[in-house]
Design a protein around this ligand. Structure first.
Ligand code: F6R
Length: 369
């Protein structure tokens, strides 16, 4: 059933272009607008929502962190993202005009379920983003947008994460569409870009051999740091989580701007640091800042592993290893920049002799609080 792959994880990484395309299927009409009829929350409710609150755990939480950038940019609705396990214990402010989005691959994660029950008790509407038909989370939600990743067997989430991102973008763009924000043209352009993104994911997968080689060369290290800004920050967190759970290494993700407020003290000679670089187009200020961050850590001896867009020449002098990803709109970049980090963690774990499909101490679905 592994289809010739050494692990389910490798198979599921390879299935990502299809998973992404399947999750878009039937949701973009001939005119390039979104049709999310299955989201059975009246459009009037979506128009009047004053706040979006996303609850999720682990990798799904990272998808939520990325969704916040998209939702706030395209809809101007304030969006909070919270770890489901913390949510109900802090007496969150919720009412009928709050749209809660619960993201879960399995649909059975107890922390997420308890968070959504709490939200509904307070009168909020809950939209689930879920990969498992008929599971508990969608059954207890007001509406569900299914991701079509297909069954995910490996404990570490890969293809489900990419489809969670796609679903989050669809929700953000749909909210923008029904509320008619000033970003109408941009929304239409991004829908067109999204429709093509599976090919970009495929292209990334075709260029992963140097990443595997690099991962093997780092098997003897104890620590790897991950840096990013903007949507690259959650990508850095996800890269670190994958490495912890699979390679059992000390891995941490930071917002690159936070470096100087503490984490830079960790940098020493030879420390591998992965940096997720935003596009130099559009948000160029951000790009310049991260290039300085790369210079700062390199000056202190870090071995820099830079993930940057094709054609971004500014990073070249400071990258000990350069991983290229296709040119994509800034907000969509996580769909391509996460993939090398999955491959990196999988290969590094294998090089360290670990069983990637069944990491120690972990279960695929966490049905206890
Ligand atoms: C990490 C991983 C976990 C899950 C988390 C939520 O690779 O798989 O962090 O993302 O346990 O699970 P779901 O999405 O099933 O609610």
């Amino acid at each position: 059933e592994k289809g010739g792959y050494a692990s389910f994880m490798l198979k599921e990484i390879a299935e990502q272009p299809k998973a992404v395309a399947d999750t878009l299927l039937g949701r973009i009409d001939a005119e390039g607008s979104l049709t999310l009829d299955e989201v059975r929350i009246p459009v009037s409710v979506l128009r009047e929502a004053t706040k979006v609150v996303i609850v999720a755990c682990g990798t799904a939480f990272h998808a939520g962190l990325i969704a916040k950038y998209a939702i706030e940019h395209w809809t101007r609705i304030p969006c909070e993202v919270e770890l489901a396990s913390e949510f109900r214990y802090r007496d969150p402010i919720l009412d009928q005009r709050t749209l809660v989005v619960a993201i879960s691959q399995s649909g059975e994660t107890m922390d997420t379920l308890m968070a959504l029950r709490h939200a509904r008790e307070q009168g909020a509407r809950v939209l689930a983003i879920c990969n498992t038909n008929g599971s508990t989370i969608p059954r207890e939600s007001d509406a569900v947008l299914y991701t079509h990743a297909g069954p995910e067997v490996a404990v570490a989430s890969t293809k489900a994460f990419l489809t969670q991102l796609v679903a989050c973008y669809l929700v953000a763009l749909y909210l923008g569409q029904v509320r008619g924000t000033k970003w109408g043209d941009e929304i239409r352009a991004v829908i067109r870009d999204l429709a093509r993104i599976a090919e970009d994911v495929e292209r990334v997968l075709e260029t992963m051999e140097p990443v595997r080689e690099l991962a093997r060369s780092l098997a003897g290290h104890d620590t790897v740091l991950f840096l990013g800004r903007h949507v690259g920050h959650p990508v850095a967190l996800e890269g670190a989580l994958k490495l912890k759970e699979l390679a059992y290494m000390h891995a941490e993700g930071f917002a690159a701007g936070e470096l100087k407020h503490g984490p830079i003290a960790l940098v020493e000679e030879g420390l591998p640091v992965v940096v997720v670089v935003p596009s130099p187009r559009g948000r160029s200020v951000l790009h310049g800042k991260i290039v300085s961050n790369i210079q700062e850590i390199r000056a202190r001896g870090a071995r820099t592993i830079v993930i940057a867009e094709e054609g971004d020449e500014a990073v070249v002098p400071y990258a000990d290893h350069l991983i290229r990803v296709p040119v994509t709109p800034t907000l969509l970049q996580p769909l391509v920049s996460t993939v090398p980090l999955q491959v990196f963690a999988c290969e590094l774990a294998t090089a360290r002799g670990n069983e990637v499909d069944q990491p120690r101490n972990l279960a695929k679905s966490v049905t206890v609080e």
